[in-house]
Write a protein that binds this ligand. Sequence first.
Ligand code: F3S
Length: 280
Amino acid sequence: MEIRLAKKAGFCFGVKRAVDLAFESKQIEGTYTFGPIIHNDRVIAELKEQGVNPIDTLEGQDLKRLIIRSHGVAPTVYELAKKQDIDIVDATCPYVKKIHKLVQEHSQKGYAILIIGDCDHPEIQGISGWATAGCFIVKDKMACEMQNLPKKERTYLVVAQTTYKKEVVQEVVDYLKEQGYHFKFINTICNATKERQDEAAQMAQEVDAMLIIGSNFSSNTHKLYEVCQIYCKKSYCIAEASELDKSLLEGCERIGITAGASTPHSVIEEVIAKLKQLND
Ligand code: F3S
């Protein structure tokens, strides 16, 4: 069996920075992360052992320090933290910060804001908070058609979730063009995502089976899976080595491996070790 590991598998720059900041910040008692720092149970458990727990609200908590994860948050969270005299460790990915700034500045200039992404995703919830006069959120072209966005005399700023699939974003942009909307599109898809998806797509065409390692809750892991599925029907998403099922890889000579941006390297190594063990 030949095992190929994607060069871009695992932590992206923003996630690595957030995780490092969280581990460095643990010395102060009363340190919490706003939501789980990343979509990875192992990292969350390690932080818990060191006394850093995730919380969903600032209300009714005895907080000293709050770590904001790479997804970023709405300005209301900063305001509330300031009011409660909570020290902020801002691990928002700089690429997400850039979207906050774009959305805020364009809102203030009178642009309507259109965000292409998943409205339930924390990154999108954070970004939408920076739209001072509200915003539209669409997950794809069809949702955009259904929204029936007001057209008259409005110029839109169009941005996308950093981890979104480029094809879905392009379809929405093409639709807006066809329908004659006035808009300014700034491509905010993160390069780390694009590089991972392109590499995964290429690899999926060259192997018999693809393993995509990452949490079920990780949007970028799921997108990687979708991309691989197009080229390789035997694409499987697993969170860790224990989920490897030998029967699914029956008859496969070449196995490709990639991993979402929140998958630690140790998990990838364990999957490779298990694969080798199964092969023996
Ligand atoms: Fe940042 Fe891109 Fe990672 S936006 S968190 S470097 S996927």
